[in-house]
Design a binder for this molecule. Structure first.
Ligand SMILES: Nc1ncnc2c1ncn2[C@@H]1O[C@H](COP(=O)(O)OP(=O)(O)O)[C@@H](O)[C@H]1O
Ligand SMILES: [Mg+2]
Length: 289
C-alpha cells in the first residue's frame, strides 16, 4: 500500500510540515510508505475532454489541502481521499457547514449568512444593517466564511462598527453570528476520527475573545463527557469526515457547535493531551483503504 500526502502549493509552514511528517512516520510504522508532495502538479487537467491522471501509483491520498479542483479530480479518478472532497468543501465554508448541519438537532449560535455582493460599487442598505442588528444585538460576531486560526473573526460592539464591517466584508463571503458571551476567550476543541471522538482540550485566552492557540491561547486536556461526544460524533458523521477538529462554544444552555475543521492541526492537541492523534488517524486510513 502506498499513500500520497498532499499539501497546498503555496502554503507551507512548520505546522503543515509537522502534520505531514507525523502522519508519514505513523503510517510507516504500519508498513505503509508515503510521498509528501506539494499540490502543484496540476492534478485537475482536462485534456482532449478527458481528465488526466497525474497521481498514479497511490492507493490513497491524505488531502491536507483545500484546493477543490484537484480534490474533485483525484476523487473522480478513483483515488480514496482522506478527507473526501465533499467533506472538505462542507467544512471550508463556515456558512455551508452551518447550513449542512441545520435541522439535525446540533445546537449552533444564531447565524446569518452574509448577503453576497457581486458589484464592487454597491452600497449596504440601512435595512440590511437594521435586520442584522435586530436579530443579533451587540456585541455580535462577524467571520469570513473562509478563514482559520482566528484571523478573520471579529467582534462588533455597535452600529458604527457593524456598518463599517458590512462595507468591509461586502464582497467577501461572510456571516454574522450571535456572540456567546459565556464562552468569551474559551472553547473546546475535539478531534474526531472515523466517527469517534478521541481527544479534547479546553483552550483559554486572557487577552482575546478568540481562543485559537495560534493567537496565544493556552490548552489543557478536557474530559469527553457524553454530551460533547454525542454532539461532535454526530457532526463529523453527518459531514462524512474521516478526520476533523470541532470547535465547541460553552453557552448558557450548553454546548454550541462553532465550526468544523477538516484540516485541523493536531500538534497542539498531542502536546496538551499526550494522545497520539497521528497514529489513530494512520490506523483509520489503513483500515479504510
Ligand atoms: N459566536 C461566537 N461567540 C463567541 N466567541 C466566538 C464565536 N465564534 C467564534 N468565537 C471565538 O473565536 C474563535 C475563532 O472562531 P472560529 O469560528 O473557530 O474561526 P477560525 O476558523 O478562525 O478558528 C473560536 O475558537 C472562539 O473562541
Ligand atoms: Mg476555529
Amino acid at each position: 500500500m502506498k499513500g500520497l500526502i498532499l499539501n497546498n502549493a503555496y502554503y507551507e509552514t512548520p505546522s503543515t510540515l509537522y502534520q505531514s511528517e507525523r502522519l508519514a512516520a505513523e503510517l510507516s510504522e504500519l508498513g505503509v510508505s508515503t510521498d509528501i508532495r506539494k499540490n502543484d502538479f496540476f492534478g485537475a487537467e482536462i485534456d482532449g475532454g478527458k481528465l488526466k491522471n497525474t497521481a498514479r501509483g497511490y492507493d490513497f491520498c491524505i488531502y491536507l489541502d483545500k484546493d477543490k479542483y484537484v480534490s474533485y479530480a483525484l476523487e473522480k479518478l478513483g483515488l480514496r481521499l482522506f478527507n473526501r472532497h465533499d467533506a472538505i468543501q462542507a467544512c471550508d465554508d463556515k456558512a455551508v457547514t452551518a447550513l449542512r448541519l441545520a435541522d439535525s438537532g446540533i445546537p449552533m449560535p444564531l447565524t446569518l449568512p452574509g448577503l453576497l455582493c457581486y458589484e464592487p460599487t454597491a452600497k449596504v442598505s440601512a435595512d440590511t444593517i437594521d435586520y442584522i442588528e435586530s436579530r443579533l444585538g451587540y456585541p455580535m460576531v462577524a467571520k469570513h466564511c473562509f478563514g482559520s486560526l482566528g484571523k478573520f473573526v471579529y467582534k462588533i460592539d455597535d452600529r458604527r462598527e457593524l456598518s463599517d464591517m458590512c462595507e468591509k466584508l461586502r464582497c467577501v463571503p461572510h456571516l454574522f453570528q450571535k456572540y456567546i458571551a459565556e464562552s468569551a476567550g474559551r472553547d473546546i476543541r475535539v478531534i474526531v476520527i472515523g466517527g469517534r471522538a478521541v481527544a479534547a482540550m479546553e483552550r483559554k485566552s486572557d487577552a482575546d475573545f478568540r481562543s485559537n492557540i495560534e493567537l496565544g491561547a493556552s490548552a489543557t486536556p478536557k474530559e469527553l463527557d457524553g454530551e460533547l461526544r454525542a454532539l461532535t460524533e454526530r457532526a463529523a458523521t453527518l459531514l462524512n469526515l474521516d478526520y476533523c477538529g470541532i470547535d465547541i462554544l460553552c453557552g448558557r444552555d450548553g454546548y454550541l457547535l462553532c465550526e468544523v475543521n477538516s484540516n485541523a492541526f493536531f500538534g497542539g492537541m498531542e502536546r496538551a493531551t499526550g494522545i497520539n492523534i497521528a497514529k489513530l488517524y494512520a490506523e483509520h486510513i489503513v483500515k479504510n483503504t
